[in-house]
Write a protein that binds this ligand. Sequence first.
Ligand SMILES: Cc1cc2nc3c(=O)[nH]c(=O)nc-3n(C[C@H](O)[C@H](O)[C@H](O)COP(=O)(O)OP(=O)(O)OC[C@H]3O[C@@H](n4cnc5c(N)ncnc54)[C@H](O)[C@@H]3O)c2cc1C
Length: 466
Amino acid sequence: MQLLWFRNDLRIHDNPALKHFLTHYKAGDRAVYILTPLQWQQHHWARIKIDLIKRHVHLLQTQLKALGVQLEIHQVDDFREQVEFLKGEISRQDSVNIIANEELEINERNRDKALADSGLSLTLFEADVIVSKGKVLNKAGDMFKVFTPFKRAWLSHVKTYGFEYLGKPSAQTLSVDMTDKSGYAADNDLLNSDNTSLHWPLVDDVEANIIPDFFANKHDQYHQFRDIPSIKGTSGLSPYLAIGALSPRYLLQLILNKHPDLLTAHDSSAFSWLNELIWRDFYRHLLHHFPKLCRHQMFNDKYANITWPYDKAKFNAWCLGQTGYPIVDAAMRQLNQTGWMHNRLRMVVASFLTKHLLIDWRLGEQYFMSTLIDGDLAANNGGWQWAASTGCDAQPYFRIFNPIRQGERFDPKGEFVRKYLPELDKVPDKHVHFPHGYMKSHRDIAYWPAIVDHKAAREQALAFYR
Ligand SMILES: Cc1cc2nc3c(=O)[nH]c(=O)nc-3n(C[C@H](O)[C@H](O)[C@H](O)COP(=O)(O)OP(=O)(O)OC[C@H]3O[C@@H](n4cnc5c(N)ncnc54)[C@H](O)[C@@H]3O)c2cc1C
């Protein structure tokens, strides 16, 4: 008997585990999803992300039904109980093979190892990257520690070997027992949405409308608009990639349908978006090769013994968007209000926390994880360690973003900051990214005082890192 176990691969398209299951299907085979709320809490997953997952489990159940597969939905506390649950389910059956797509993170890998160690048969596929982890290596056979040569080798790999996009399975005529074994119908709580992610459509809508619109109207200008937070110039697909509702190989297929020569035309502006998908693969490959990244350790051992000062009031001001630096505060309010933040702003606020406030990047990483709809350990850890200069191919420590200059450069008319800081509505453009001087003669404007002086903070950070 086969038991298909959905985890971070909540989709029917380009899903190798599902494809294997359907190819070898026999009556009596089962498909399950097992929620683990306590584990998610321990991993600091945001409620909005959990809500998006639950909505997609529900969608998956409907999509699988059309394929003749009944998805059972169960709930236990954590990974340890997941193992016990599966052992309990399977001990009653003869010779069961669990089919799943592998997960990258260390607790997930240890859980799978515990299952295999207990004697259960587990067949794993890979569905989370474009190029398989372990296939992009330098001449010495090691993982690259710099992005650009990784990218070159990645492109060369795809050009030489191609990539396997599995498409969508067609409707099957399976003889399936459609009685719901999960008791889900009786326990509506399992999928009760708290509505927090409802402004994000489900992935079938994304595939039908948002992705075609992105390729028709935004993809070719991505390079030009990707850094402007007041414009929706990026795809907004990260939440779906993070929970496996979208396949990165599907996206590569779409890019190549539009620009068949893109793998060789690296300098074209249409390449910029693919470049980001390669960054995504890069961070996932890194996590695979360096499991210490899952254990909150610095990538660069040189910084392993740093003792970061901690100032609770400053950390809280950063979290709440009350630092007195408009671009930082507007960005944090975008995060707190919507569960998502523009990439340029993620870099700015992460730099501000680690360099201006000298607060441990791991606190920022955790805060992001607990608020982001697209929270993803590999990309989040990579982004934070990049900003803190402790990471792989990171920003050098002496490059410290000036938050005023970043605002002036990427939000010159203050459109983005005013959207989230209506208190700055009446401040003229030229003062909007540091209104404190202007406010001295305009006392009706109320805004937070700057919690640090930029120049002094910069000098302090340089000395600290040195
Ligand atoms: C401090 C910090 C923390 C971050 N945390 C996360 C996170 O938890 N989850 C997450 O998905 N991304 C994270 N990123 C990367 C990036 O900010 C988001 O992927 C991007 O903003 C998502 O918006 P989009 O889907 O419109 O991206 P687009 O610009 O349309 O890019 C397409 C896709 O490429 C991938 N991508 C884009 N930029 C990056 C990048 N720098 N690193 C890795 N993958 C990338 C994403 O999957 C994204 O959906 C972080 C970046 C920083 C600097």
